[in-house]
Design a protein around this ligand. Structure first.
Ligand code: 13P
Length: 273
């Protein structure tokens, strides 16, 4: 049974002074123990958010990590620097592919550094609008997953509890979300690709895949109604406590349904034995 994960990507928003109170408000409005909640503030806000949500059961993620362990890389942040501040990290976000020219090869090295540093990576993939319109979406995403993960040890990725976020670029910050069934198809395709990369069947089936792109409390249900989708990576709406309350509340319904379904399967198996 896969967990239900709601990850908040604050992008370049908030400040060290404002981030703590915002995170605390989100924490108090989203107390749902069945949902894995992750908040990813900017680097300079990590300490404030960590202190503000201590004891709340919220996990903290960084928005990026450098692909080298240390060295002459002015302005960048290594995995080791994040120790004590974050336990998750977003890698390969389309805004970094676009603005920092990150390639799949670099993103793969970032995943490796994250795992070495004990950070749980959320690998972002997603096609451009032209790709989807030309019927190339699956191919583009497959190339991104293979390009980033192909050189890495599947066992390490499973052990490091990799998460993949499918974020179609045309849906990010546009108010135009993907269709739930398209995102669901992509989630299954991503699991098939990791199986091709050497993951065992059960390992691939257990890979959490999130949807991201204009997620709100109004449309999260469309994605969580899809059994292949395990939650969301939320941008703009994640800065609004009301929205987060609605999104996490809906996620808790799915999480509880999964627990109940799992318990029913266990009961059936016990009977068979
Ligand atoms: P929006 O929810 O603002 O579209 O952003 C999605 C995203 O990029 C999350 O990483």
């Amino acid at each position: 049974m896969r967990p239900v994960i709601i990850a908040a990507n604050w992008k370049m928003n908030s400040t060290p002074a404002a981030a703590g109170p915002l995170a605390r408000e989100i924490a108090s409005r989203t107390r749902e123990p069945t949902v894995v909640r992750v908040v990813c503030p900017p680097f300079v806000c990590l300490a404030a958010v960590r202190d503000a949500v201590a004891g709340e059961g919220i996990q903290i993620g960084a928005q990026d990590v450098h692909q080298e362990p240390a060295g002459a890389f002015t302005g960048w942040t290594s995995a080791a620097m994040l120790a004590g501040l974050a336990t998750w990290v977003i890698v390969g976000h389309s805004e970094r592919r676009r603005d920092a020219h990150e390639t799949d090869a670099v993103i793969g090295r970032k995943v490796a550094r994250a795992l070495e540093g004990g950070l749980r990576p959320i690998l972002c993939v997603g096609e451009q609008l032209a790709d989807r319109e030309a019927g190339r979406a699956l191919q583009v995403v497959a190339d991104q997953v293979r390009g980033a993960l192909g050189g890495l040890d599947p066992e390490r990725l499973v052990e490091g509890r990799l998460v993949v976020a499918y974020e179609p670029v045309w849906a990010i910050g546009t108010g135009r979300n993907a269709v739930g069934s398209d995102a669901a198809e992509m989630a299954e395709a991503i699991r098939r690709i990791v199986a091709d990369l050497g993951w065992t069947g059960p390992e691939a089936a257990a890979l959490p895949v999130l949807y991201g792109g204009s997620v709100t409390s109004a449309n999260i249900g469309e994605f969580l109604a899809e059994p292949t989708i395990d939650g969301a990576l939320v941008g703009g709406a994640s800065l609004k406590p009301d929205e987060m309350a609605g999104i996490v509340g809906r996620a808790a319904m799915t999480a509880r349904a999964r627990v109940d379904a799992g318990a029913a399967v266990d009961r059936r198996e016990l009977k068979i034995r």
